[in-house]
Design a protein around this ligand. Structure first.
Ligand code: NCD
Ligand code: ZN
Length: 344
């Protein structure tokens, strides 16, 4: 196979940051994709419909000339989110979900929810109006090992959450473990998961053996290879519950190559191709379109994009560094050779 054409993919989880960073992040996010679910973890976070509208306008202003890429906005849930805001979001026509960050779980999550019990009425309302809950599924209990935080979240919180809100649509975001893949596979149709390129391409050995690789540090953290294999199996299975979410999360080179480096991988410069490498290696190029282009819209009840992309078999190299907001950024898999390339 020398070329493959797909319905235009969407990215169901990404970070754009704000202000002058948008000049880099927005064009990068449009590369290969029709739409993107824009995470609201700004400083301060996007907690109201009005803030989401203003952020959306700033994003649109940075879209490349002629691009129809659509930012799908998300509200950030806090202990103080009111049910009226959820209803207004559902009526807005541009908000497609609400994000649950356990307070302190990841980058810019300090205003997140401190206890699920605090947002009971909000979850009830989301279930009623059909609003999707995007879940960062990790406990923040400091006695729990960082490699176990996702699995423990399932046992301590997710099982109860699903039982308590049986028709709430939940996306278990950027899953990283066999336990998460199994949980989602055996749950009802209202439960799905996104998977990032880094969790398909790498395991924790890649990050830690022979020297620490800060550009592979993201949250939830890379796990052992059995988990990587379970995620690949889920992604290439064609199962409707698993779809593409890059979690592309830009941080400058300095802030990652630091004594206390930031979590997040900037994958947009080669996102579709990175996934293609995984599917090709698994002998499952025929399943890439489901994962990248149709499973996500089906879950969100949105139409497929009426545009397409083509990937051709052509060797190229991901840049080793890119300019970013007056500074520098190292993309995921910087300097690596890829065998598929997006046709422009
Ligand atoms: C994300 C970021 O930098 O905003 N970082 C990450 O490691 N994934 C936050 C997140 O999605 O957890
Ligand atoms: Zn993220």
């Amino acid at each position: 196979m020398a070329k493959i054409t797909l319905i235009q993919p969407d990215d169901w989880h990404l970070h754009l940051r704000d202000d002058s960073a948008l000049a880099t992040t927005v064009p990068a996010a449009t590369r290969g994709f029709g739409r993107g679910i824009v995470m609201p973890n700004l400083k301060p976070p996007v907690t109201s419909v009005a803030e989401a509208k203003a952020y959306r306008d700033r994003i649109i202003a940075n879209r490349p000339e002629g691009s129809n890429w659509e930012p799908l906005m998300v509200l950030y849930l806090t202990d103080n989110t009111r049910t009226e805001e959820i209803r207004a979001a559902a009526d807005s026509g541009f908000i497609y979900g609400c994000k649950y960050y356990p307070a302190g779980a990841t980058t810019n999550s300090d205003s997140g929810v401190t206890d699920i019990a605090n947002i009971g009425d909000v979850l009830e309302t989301m279930q009623e109006v059909g609003m999707v809950l995007q879940l960062h599924g990790e406990v923040t209990d400091e006695t729990i090992d960082i490699f176990d935080r996702e699995a423990v979240f399932i046992e301590r919180h997710l099982i109860n959450l699903v039982a308590q809100y049986p028709t709430l649509k939940i996306i278990f975001e950027h899953i990283t473990t066999q336990q998460a893949a199994n949980f989602v596979s055996s749950a009802g149709d209202n439960i799905a998961a996104t998977i990032t390129p880094q969790h398909l391409l790498y395991n924790r050995n890649h990050m830690l053996v022979g020297g620490i690789r800060p550009h592979l540090f993201c949250l939830p953290i890379l796990k052992r290879d059995i988990h990587q294999k379970a995620l690949i199996k889920a992604a290439v299975s064609g199962n409707k519950k698993f779809f593409l979410g890059t979690d592309s999360a830009p941080h400058t080179r300095d802030s990652k190559e630091s004594c206390c480096g930031c979590a997040g991988c900037f994958s947009h410069p080669a996102a579709v191709e990175l996934y293609a490498e995984v599917f090709d290696k698994a002998g499952a190029m025929d399943k890439l379109e489901a994962f990248a282009s149709t499973n996500g819209p089906d879950f969100y009840n949105l139409p497929y994009n009426n545009t397409s992309i083509s990937l051709k078999k052509e060797s190229w190299e991901i840049p080793s560094s890119l300019p970013f907001d007056g500074s520098e950024i190292i993309p995921l898999a910087a300097g690596n050779k890829l065998s598929w390339r997006l046709e422009s």
